[in-house]
Design a protein around this ligand. Sequence first.
Ligand code: ZN
Length: 133
Amino acid sequence: MIRYITVKSRSRTELINITEQVQEAVRVSKITHGLCHLFVLHTTAGITINEGADPAVQRDMVNFFDKLVPNDPYFTHAEGNSDAHIKSSIVGTAKTIFVENSRLVLGTWQAIYFWEFDGPRERRVAVKISGDS
Ligand code: ZN
C-alpha cells in the first residue's frame, strides 16, 4: 500500500522538513524492520536529507540553488519554470531510508526535506514502507 504525504509550500524555492510526517507513515504501517521509500510526484520539486538543526543551512542551500540555476531568459520552455525542472533533476525525486524498531534510521543531525522549486503549491510525496511487521 502506498501512502501520501501532503506538503504546502509558501515560497518559490523552499526546504520543508517532512521527517515527522514520514515517521508517522512508518508508525501507521506497522512495519518494524525494513525500508521506507519516498517518491516526489512532481517535475519541479525534489527530496533531500540534510541538517535539521540550524535553519541557516536551509537558507544557504536555497540561496545556493537559486544562484546555481537562475531563471535564464535563454530558456525556451513556455511555462517559464525551466530553472525549477533543472533543480528537480539535480536534486532527484526519490530516497530510501532504513527502518529499525519502527523508527527511521537517521543520523543525529539528519532530517528529510521536501525541496520546493516552483511554489507556492500543494504537493504530494508517495511513501511505501516494505519489510517485516
Ligand atoms: Zn514547466
